[in-house]
Design a protein around this ligand. Structure first.
Ligand code: B1M
Length: 233
């Protein structure tokens, strides 16, 4: 940490200064500072979703660029991810609505070979906040994990996340296995992750590709509304 940074008193920064400072602190993996800044913004009346997107997700985007360009390496990015999770933990209960009617049930997990979980965790938080019940299978999930859970519970939606171009094709393995077992049409399949796009989602037979967590919530709500309308028709 530089001497200059030692002197920064986060609570004395204006919002316009604090948000870039959060990006810097995330970059430097400074979890405590991130947590303090999140609390400061909450005290100043910021909406949890704005803190999530404008401060944390944007900061992680910057980390991603320097990771790609070989300026940051895995240990540093792990620290940044840990700091991000510290901020997300504070926001999680605030994004969760209390007493909201259950909109539907979802299973979500990151696919086999992939250990990225920040985006998936964010989707989980936002879905829960919107009134969905979510079973999070974690990372590195083979097809059996998804199918066993779907068969064990009463689910409406399967969500899959992949952050690597090498792991995203595994989503098709899961969907193809669902088709083989005759269970594909029983669920809405939503996929997401930075390297995906709409075309890929269509090509593998998913119901929709979700660009971000907010889109995942909106898409899930739309599918559930259609399902309920069909049931009551
Ligand atoms: Co990794 N990594 N990483 N990494 N990492 C990327 C993905 C990469 C793009 C970085 C880069 O080069 N710029 C690159 C992939 C390149 C490629 O495939 N073409 C990469 C690489 C190469 C690797 C390793 C191979 C590096 C190595 O070991 N040499 C390795 C692979 C490990 C593995 O999985 N087997 C690796 C490891 C890691 C860390 C462990 C250090 C760490 C992960 C920590 C963790 O997750 N706990 C890490 C991180 C943090 C990243 C970056 C920097 C950030 C990812 C992130 O958390 N973003 C990432 C760069 C990037 O993506 N720009 C990178 C923030 C998050 C909020 O966004 O995950 O996109 P995102 O989620 C969004 C949407 O995509 C969407 O909603 C979310 C919220 O809005 N979404 C969904 C995501 N999942 C969804 C599911 C849904 C719906 C929407 O279901 C319905």
């Amino acid at each position: 940490m530089s001497e200059e940074q030692d002197d920064i008193i986060l609570s004395e920064l204006s919002d316009d200064e604090l948000v870039p400072q959060i990006h810097d602190d995330l970059y430097d993996g400074m979890k405590e500072e991130i947590e303090e800044s999140v609390h400061i913004l909450l005290d100043r009346g910021w909406m949890p979703y704005d803190i999530l997107t404008k401060a944390l997700v944007e900061g992680m985007r910057i980390v991603g660029i320097d990771f790609r360009d070989g300026i940051l390496f895995v240990p540093e990015v792990l620290l940044a991810a840990n700091a991000m999770k510290g901020g997300m933990t504070i926001l999680k209960p605030l994004l969760a609505e209390t007493g909201a009617p259950r909109l539907g049930n979802m299973v979500i997990g990151t696919v086999k070979g992939d250990i990225h979980d920040i985006g998936k965790n964010l989707v989980t938080m936002m879905m829960e906040g919107a009134g969905f019940e979510v079973k999070d299978l974690g990372i590195n999930n083979p097809v059996e994990n998804y199918l066993d859970e779907l068969e064990a519970g009463e689910y409406d939606i399967l969500g899959m996340s992949a952050l690597l171009t090498t792991t995203m094709p595994y989503m098709k393995v899961v969907i193809d296995t669902m088709v083989e077992k005759g269970m594909r049409d029983d669920y809405v399949v939503l996929v997401g992750g930075a390297p995906l796009n709409e075309e890929f989602g269509k090509a593998i037979g998913a119901d929709a590709y979700c660009r971000d967590a907010a889109v995942a919530v909106e898409t899930a709500k739309e599918f559930m509304a259609t399902k309920h309308n069909q049931l009551s028709a």
